[in-house]
Design a protein around this ligand. Sequence first.
Ligand code: G3I
Length: 300
Amino acid sequence: ESTLGAAAAQSGRYFGAAVPAGRLSESAYTTILNREFNMITAENEMKMDATEPSQNQFNFSRGDQIANWAIQNGKQVRGHTLAWHAQQPGWMQGMEGSALRNALLNHITQVATHYRGKIHSWDVVNEAFADGGSGGRRDSNLQRTGNDWIEAAFRAARAADPGAKLCYNDYNTDGINAKSTGIYNMVRDFKARGVPIDCVGFQSHLGTSLSSDYQANLQRFADLGVDVQITELDVEQGNNQANIYAAVTRACLAVSRCNGITVWGVRDDTSWRTDNPLLFDRSGNKKPAYHAVLDTLNGV
Ligand code: G3I
């Protein structure tokens, strides 16, 4: 197949991209987006600050713009993200305790209900585990409402949209380490107690190397009985960039429960990073990394 999405579909997988609503009016951008990708994530427009700018006042206009474009163009949608310590609206940032717990569960319920039936997978909770080797939770106002906040979030999401896959999403989990093992232990506990969770997202914001146990890490989560998804892939520009993109693609193809890969942007000039980490250059040309991914998806 000659496009990323079609090549991924050969093995029942998707190939997606994160999209800022503002780029949907740019024909050069949407030409590539529509041709190459079959899964869309709103880069910022479905986050907590965007969707509930004032308490109990919801604004879905920008998120709808992206979801509607996707659906009109035959794409599926990943929802990002219902609960996160970052990008909270101002009114939520100062909240603590039961008031915050109630506001969080209301947020999840309202947003997941609004998008019910349109979302392939939700990042229900994003980045709740700490860096630095403890394997424990990150401190945040959400964590301070009680350790059960993640379970409560997943239960609220399932009640609001039983049709969406419910994912836990995080970064620096691109191999077997304290952080990914902390998450692994949570997922194992959730599965043992019947807490609704369907997938784990691995953001995979990568530098110039890839851990040799990248695939083994994905496989151990799949062995718990959840799907795995590469949710925000981008790789530092360098002479290893194409090889790393190919290795991540190979790992997803090797793990049967890997649903697909999403790159965190289409073109280098639209990236949150400045080190040209994507598959298309600043002029929209295919980079060696693009060809490495396509060849890997085609089994070359
Ligand atoms: O929309 C405002 C605009 O009105 C204002 O003029 C401008 C300048 O202040 O800021 C704009 O908001 C920015 C927003 O992106 C939209 O462009 C925020 O400042 C900026 O912080 C925000 O950055 C996003 C970042 O998440 C915030 O945490 C990046 O675009 C986005 O790529 C990045 O994505 C995250 C994932 O959600 C979670 N995983 C990590 C990943 C990379 O950080």
